[in-house]
Design a protein around this ligand. Structure first.
Ligand SMILES: NC(=O)c1ccc[n+]([C@@H]2O[C@H](COP(=O)([O-])OP(=O)(O)OC[C@H]3O[C@@H](n4cnc5c(N)ncnc54)[C@H](O)[C@@H]3O)[C@@H](O)[C@H]2O)c1
Length: 308
């Protein structure tokens, strides 16, 4: 019986009917530890003999992939593939599939939620009231603000549409310049330096750079408005977390709202614990609807590629 390994936390925490249906198609299913990212040793234990892998965001080392002696297809239940050793996959002739766009609505809505939470300082008020206080920080509105969207693919395009619907003007940056479903007078394509300089809110929706260099580094932060908000639902490597923390400490940035961390969960709470940082636990695509869509897509991609 051909074996499929299932590792995304959204699928190990609660087995999904679209995955379980693979048993009826003659596949043997193996799940990694529920609700946790498998580490290298767990992958090395589970990958031998596996032909298909429904993979999450766990970092995959060359050693782990080396133990996958029968692997033919890796199907991501999302769009990011920066956790995988891509050259080695290509060298081994292992097919890689992405569930493109399946969780775009969930991630885009979280980006808007984080921007609103930051602009109105909602977690600050909530935590203060729960601690017996009545703290109030003056907020700002999205209507009429400039929202810089870095990466305008499935998630960024939908986030731009939602921000524009709330009355924001969009500053868009994406080398591919995909079409956007927004009235042209609400969007201006700009270079990255202009976006960082002019945006009130910067929201990231692109992959990390091939060389790992952060797009939002110390120099880019210095050029930003001192009351700007940065939202990151893409990848932590897009920003220099240390420089961000310095900017927050020096009150050169209003807030950082992030769903992603260099290390997940973060061992140090210096950044996540800052009162102007709003942190969520990589939940962008973790909604009922996005999990359903992305799982159906990932399973479909996996079976199609295994049978090709
Ligand atoms: N937080 C979450 O749960 C979650 C879920 C899904 C995706 N993501 C992340 O969100 C990001 C976007 O995902 P997506 O599904 O929209 O991917 P996508 O491939 O549809 O879009 C990415 C876009 O980024 C553009 N791009 C590439 N390099 C760029 C650069 N240097 N500057 C600006 N734009 C650039 C591409 O041209 C493309 O249009 C990815 O980083 C992905 O890993 C996070």
């Amino acid at each position: 019986m051909e074996r499929i390994l299932v590792t995304p936390r959204s699928l190990t925490a609660t087995p999904h009917p679209a995955v379980e249906a693979l048993r009826a198609q003659g596949f043997d299913l193996v799940y990694s530890t529920p609700n946790a990212l498998p580490d290298e040793s767990e992958l090395c234990r589970l990958l031998p003999g596996t032909v298909g892998w429904l993979a999450g965001v766990e970092p995959v080392s060359t050693r782990a992939l080396g133990s996958a002696d029968a692997l033919r297809v890796v199907s991501r239940n999302g769009s990011g593939v920066d956790n995988l050793p891509l050259p080695l996959l290509a060298e081994r002739g292992i097919t890689l599939c992405r569930a493109d766009g399946g969780n775009a609505a969930g991630v885009a809505e979280l980006s808007v939620a984080l921007a609103l939470a930051a602009l109105r300082q909602i977690p600050f008020a909530d935590a203060g009231i729960k601690a017996g206080g009545w703290p109030r920080r003056r907020g700002r509105e999205i209507r009429g603000r400039s929202v810089g969207v870095v990466g305008c693919g499935a998630v960024g395009g939908e986030a731009a549409r939602l921000f524009a619907a709330l009355g924001a003007d969009i500053l868009a940056f994406d080398p591919a310049r995909p079409p956007l479903d927004i009235a042209p007078e609400r969007v201006r394509w700009v270079d990255l330096a202009t976006l960082f300089r002019e945006a009130d809110i910067v929201t990231f929706h692109c992959p990390i750079m091939p060389d790992g260099r952060p797009l939002l580094d110390r120099a880019a932060l210095a050029a930003m408005k001192s009351d700007a908000v940065v939202v990151n639902t893409a990848r932590a490597g897009l920003v220099d977390e240390a420089a961000l923390l310095e900017a927050l400490e020096a009150e050169r940035l209003f807030a950082y709202a992030t769903d992603v961390f260099a290390e997940e969960p973060p061992r140090s709470l210096v950044l996540a614990g800052h009162s102007r940082v709003i942190a969520t636990s990589h939940i962008g695509g973790f909604t009922e609807e996005s999990v359903d869509r992305v799982t159906a897509l990932a399973v479909e991609n996996l079976v199609r590629a295994l049978r090709a």
